[in-house]
Ligand binder design. Structure first.
Ligand SMILES: [Zn+2]
Length: 253
C-alpha cells in the first residue's frame, strides 16, 4: 500500500471508529448462550482493524491469488471470501429473530416477491410493519476500505453504506407499492447507513415495547456489530493458505 493509500485508509478508519455503532461489540457482555462470545481470532482481528495494527504477514490470497498486505484488508472485499456470505446470513438472521421477538413474524428468502432470484429481497415480514404494509429488507455489508469505497469512507463515515442503500432502493423499487422496503447497509468498519440506523432504532423501540427490556436497542446493535466483526475475521483468515494454517497470521497486539 503506497503512502497516499495508507493515509486515506487510516483516515477512513479513524472516521469510522468515531461513530458510536462501530464499536458496539466492545460493550457486549461475552456470553456463549446469547451468542455474544467472540472467539480469540475474531476479537484480535476486530481490535487490529479498529486500531490500524498489522494483522498478518504479506501473502497471496488463497482464494483469488491477489496480494494481501500486512493489514489484511484484501480479505474484507475479496469476491471469493467465504466470510462475506456467512456474515450476510448471520446479519439477516439477527434481523429476522429480532422482528419475531417484536411480535412481527418474518421469513428469509421469501418466494413470490419476484420471479428473478437476484431481485428477491433477503426477508419480508408476514404482518404489516408500517402504514398497513409489510416490511421487506435487504442486507449488504460493504467494505469501507475497498478501492471503490475508501475515498468516500475517508471523506465521511458511512458514505459507502449510504451509497449502497441508494443502490438497493433503486434495485427494489418494484416492491414499493406493496412493501415498506428498508435497505440495511453496514460497513466492515462497523458503521451503518442512515436508513439502516433509522430502521434499527425503530426495531429497537418495538423490541423494548414487546419485552420490557430498556436496553433492547443497545443489545440489537451489539449483536449486529459482533456478526460484522466475526465476518471480518473469517474473511481475513480465509485468505491465508491452509497449509500454513493460522500460524501464518500473526497479530501485533
Ligand atoms: Zn482474494
Amino acid at each position: 500500500m503506497n503512502t497516499f493509500a495508507n493515509d486515506i485508509t487510516h483516515r477512513a478508519r479513524l472516521l469510522a471508529v468515531a461513530q458510536p455503532e462501530s464499536g458496539k461489540w466492545l460493550n457486549a457482555l461475552p456470553t456463549p448462550s446469547l451468542g455474544t462470545l467472540m472467539s480469540d481470532e475474531s476479537f484480535r482481528a476486530a481490535v487490529g482493524l479498529r486500531i490500524g495494527a498489522p494483522l498478518c504477514s504479506p501473502h497471496l490470497c488463497t482464494d483469488c491469488r491477489l496480494p494481501v498486505d500486512k493489514y489484511g484488508h484484501h480479505g474484507l472485499s475479496c469476491k471469493k471470501s467465504a466470510g462475506r456470505f456467512i456474515r450476510h446470513s448471520a446479519l439477516n438472521e439477527v434481523i429476522r429473530r429480532s422482528l419475531v421477538t417484536a411480535n412481527i413474524p418474518a421469513v428469509l428468502e421469501p418466494r413470490g416477491t419476484s420471479d428473478v432470484d437476484e431481485r428477491r429481497p433477503d426477508g419480508v415480514s408476514q404482518l404489516p410493519w408500517r402504514n398497513g404494509r409489510r416490511l421487506a429488507w435487504d442486507v449488504t455489508c460493504v467494505d469501507s476500505f475497498a478501492l471503490s469505497n475508501v475515498i468516500s469512507s475517508s471523506t465521511k463515515a458511512g458514505e459507502a453504506a449510504r451509497k449502497a442503500e441508494e443502490e438497493k432502493r433503486r434495485k427494489y423499487d418494484y416492491l414499493a407499492n406493496e412493501y415498506d422496503f428498508e435497505p440495511l447497509a453496514f460497513e466492515t468498519s462497523g458503521v451503518t447507513g442512515p436508513a439502516c440506523l433509522k430502521f434499527l432504532r425503530e426495531l429497537g423501540r418495538r423490541l423494548k415495547d414487546a419485552t420490557g427490556e430498556a436496553r433492547s436497542y443497545e443489545f440489537l446493535l451489539q449483536r449486529l456489530s459482533i456478526e460484522i466483526q466475526r465476518g471480518n475475521a473469517l474473511s481475513i483468515t480465509s485468505t491465508v493458505p491452509r497449509s500454513d494454517g493460522l500460524n501464518a497470521v500473526y497479530f501485533v497486539l
